[in-house]
Ligand binder design. Structure first.
Ligand code: NAG
Ligand code: NAG
Ligand code: NAG
Ligand code: NAG
Length: 642
């Protein structure tokens, strides 16, 4: 109305039409419309995302950064022909980047979304591009899906605990559904017959293929689609799953054909999503961009030579984890679904341990290898094992369900930690748990490892060697690693020269020499000489969502001790791996940039430029080589080849 009237007024007053059309009447700012709200309809969130026009400068900056970071990605050439059963991940990374550099995009969101989708579909949680600007809404559907067996038949259902679970979100969430008179509670436990007109498991496969990411194995990604329990921070919580909680606002509704509990009648229900915002405060489009999208102090790395001498020598612990964009302290697992057995000592953090009735079996639920405190994880392990022994426990079950689980298990309240928690965790805690269970007599508790020997990496290592006693303690520093006999590299030892020749899918891909981690030096608890439990009485159970350090730990247990691993979930009659990742260590963009800046190589033509937007392109920086077949990275060796 307003604009028509303005047009008419302008026309009548003799203004030329065109000059009016350019500035136009003040259009509503789609970001201002949603400012200050925790929950918004996804279409409104999308309108804000799409309000920033495509910008070629940003594209070139981001793609140059991404291309040069990919030089460090240890699995690049494996992707050219991903081995069975991981064919779905096959990709020509350079060709895809070239396409992205030429494609036409309407908005900045469209470009970033295409890049985000491309890296997500590499299905390596260590190697993903996260544009902060466009990954700060999580779409929440009050109908999470789970595959259940009823009378011997597996089907897809809406989680029976949905009412208890979503009620924990409070009226800010549920009030929206009241306001539009949508009764979501009656859907709990309903049997799903179709999703968006598709067979329900075909829809699950589609989400596993396009949205879930993080794991090479499709079967494991199927479990990411479902809702599931886990430990988040130190508490039990429930992942929504990628069916009902994608970090993506492009869908406003999901249309299901279903039969509700106690009914026999199939009906079609269009269920609305409601998006949850977990970014920085803003008031309008400009402040949305400034506070969420523009690069800030934490986007790019630092030259640690410019820091205090104590900061220079702090040894960082290597991490292998996946980023759970929707991790939060906000909502837990409804109390009534917590384990009823009393926890043993050492259960206040990421490990929760229980003794099953009869005192025969001890259960350690190891929620992550990313505890609040590095030493605490170790003392909690000792406390649990000590309690098991005291109670006469003779067999041990380790639950690794959702250890390092991927994105979107649930929801944020605005006041919760705005930065996603890394899941998975510290490489050395995986090695600690392995060593503690297996005893010191097994020797080195990890895998052989390498980095990629690209030209810039070799210059970085050479720069460390040149610094000698004045070296900075970043990850490329020789003193972080050891020869295969366990002796730590002298700080003048160049482990990249000569590089070791490697050919992957016909591509020459030189790597560093092989080396060992030096985790033993960070163990704060004494390691028993012999295993506390007969290793044949130790088993592992999980839903396969066992990322990074968890994948390494379970592979070590399986390869070196023949540990039995049971995986539950998936869809009917589908093969599943027990872990879905191959990496040994991840570097965030900030970390890689810090490596390069701290040895004075930022001006090298091969160095990735600083990002001008607030994004993170993380990559898998080290490969772990299988114990059983030292020519193969651990995750690439599939279960049935073992
Ligand atoms: C593109 O983005 C850059 C960095 O944010 C900015 O300086 C430049 O003005 C933008 N270009 C256009 C045409 O908006
Ligand atoms: C279904 O029927 C059973 C038995 O009558 C009843 O206990 C239960 O509350 C009903 N559930 C729903 C969701 O109506
Ligand atoms: C089981 O262990 C607890 C100590 O954790 C002990 O109090 C209890 O007596 C034990 N029960 C049996 C049946 O051995
Ligand atoms: C371990 O191997 C390195 C390289 O071959 C050698 O220099 C070093 O002396 C060895 N250390 C021990 C304790 O044998």
């Amino acid at each position: 109305m307003t604009s028509l009237r303005a047009l008419l007024a302008a026309f009548l007053s003799g203004y030329p039409f065109l000059s009016l059309a350019v500035p136009g009447p003040p259009t509503a700012d789609p970001c201002a419309k949603i400012a200050g709200r925790v929950f918004v309809p996804p279409a409104d969130a999308l309108a804000c995302y799409k309000s920033f026009p495509f910008n070629e400068t940003i594209r070139q900056n981001v793609l140059t950064n991404v291309a040069r970071v990919f030089d460090f990605f240890t699995f690049e050439n494996y992707y050219l022909n991903s081995p069975p059963p991981f064919q779905e991940s096959t990709a020509n990374i350079r060709a895809s980047l070239s396409k992205l550099s030429k494609a036409e995009f309407q908005t900045d969101y469209d470009f970033h979304r295409a890049l985000y989708d491309f890296t997500t579909q590499l299905n390596d949680g260590h190697t993903r591009y996260f544009p902060n600007c466009y990954t700060i809404f999580q779409n929440l559907l009050p109908a999470p899906a789970i595959s259940l067996e009823v009378n011997g038949v597996q089907s897809l259902y809406i989680a029976p605990d949905s009412v208890e679970f979503f009620s924990l979100l409070g009226t800010e969430y549920t009030g929206y559904f009241d306001s539009i008179n949508f009764n979501w509670k009656r859907l709990a436990g309903a049997k799903i017959l179709q999703v968006e007109g598709m067979d329900p498991y075909a829809y699950v496969d589609l989400i596993a293929k396009t949205v879930s990411g993080n794991y090479l194995d499709h079967g494991i990604r199927v479990n990411s689609v479902f809702t599931s329990y886990r430990i988040s921070a130190a508490d039990f919580s429930q992942r929504l799953g990628d069916f009902a909680g994608p970090v993506d606002v492009s869908k406003s509704f999901l249309t299901l054909r279903l039969i509700t509990v106690n009914s026999t009648k199939a009906e079609t229900v269009k269920i609305p999503f409601l998006a949850n915002y977990f970014g920085e405060d803003f008031t309008d489009k400009d402040s949305y961009w400034a506070n969420n999208c523009a690069a800030d102090d934490a986007t790019n790395g630092i030259d640690i030579r410019s820091q205090s001498s104590s900061a220079r020598s702090i040894k960082k612990q290597p991490k292998a984890d996946v980023i759970d964009l929707s991790d939060s302290k906000g909502v837990g697992l409804p109390e009534q679904f917590h384990p009823t057995a009393p926890p043993t000592a050492g259960s206040d953090d990421v490990i929760k341990s229980y003794i099953l009735p009869g005192n025969k079996t001890g259960v350690m639920f190891v929620g992550s290898f990313s505890p609040r405190n590095f030493g605490r994880f170790q003392s909690d392990t000792v406390a649990a094992i000590t309690a098991f022994k005291a109670a006469g426990v003779s067999q041990l079950l380790i639950d690794l369900t959702n250890n390092g689980g991927p994105a979107s298990y649930i929801v944020f309240l605005k006041e919760s930690d705005p930065y996603p928690c890394p899941s998975g965790g510290y490489v050395c805690l995986g090695q600690f748990l392995h060593q503690y269970l297996a005893g010191s007599q097994i020797g080195y508790p990890g895998f052989q490892s390498t980095q990629r020997g690209n030209l810039l990496a070799r210059k970085v290592v050479a720069a460390h060697v040149a610094m000698g006693d004045d070296d900075v303690s970043t990850f490329y520093s020789p003193a972080n690693w050891a020869f295969l006999n366990g002796t730590i590299f002298p700080n003048t030892y160049n482990y990249d020269e000569p590089v070791s020749p490697l050919v992957v899918n016909g591509q020459f891909d030189p790597t560093s020499q092989r080396f060992h981690d030096t985790c033993e030096f960070s163990f704060s608890q004494p390691i028993p000489e012999t295993p506390p439990f007969d290793l044949s009485k130790v088993a592992i159970v999980s839903n396969g969502n066992c990322a990074s350090t968890c994948a390494m730990f379970s592979t070590l247990m399986n390869e070196r001790h023949g540990t039995k691993i049971a995986v539950f979930g998936g869809k009917p009659s589908e093969q599943m791996e027990f872990k879905g990742m191959a990496g040994n260590q991840v570097l965030e963009w900030f970390d890689l940039d810090t490596e390069i800046k701290s040895v004075g190589l930022k001006d090298d033509p091969l160095a990735p430029p600083d990002l001008i937007v607030n994004s993170n392109f993380r990559h898998n920086w080290r490969t772990a080589w299988s114990f059983l077949d030292e020519s193969k990275p651990i995750g690439v060796l599939s279960l049935d080849l073992l």
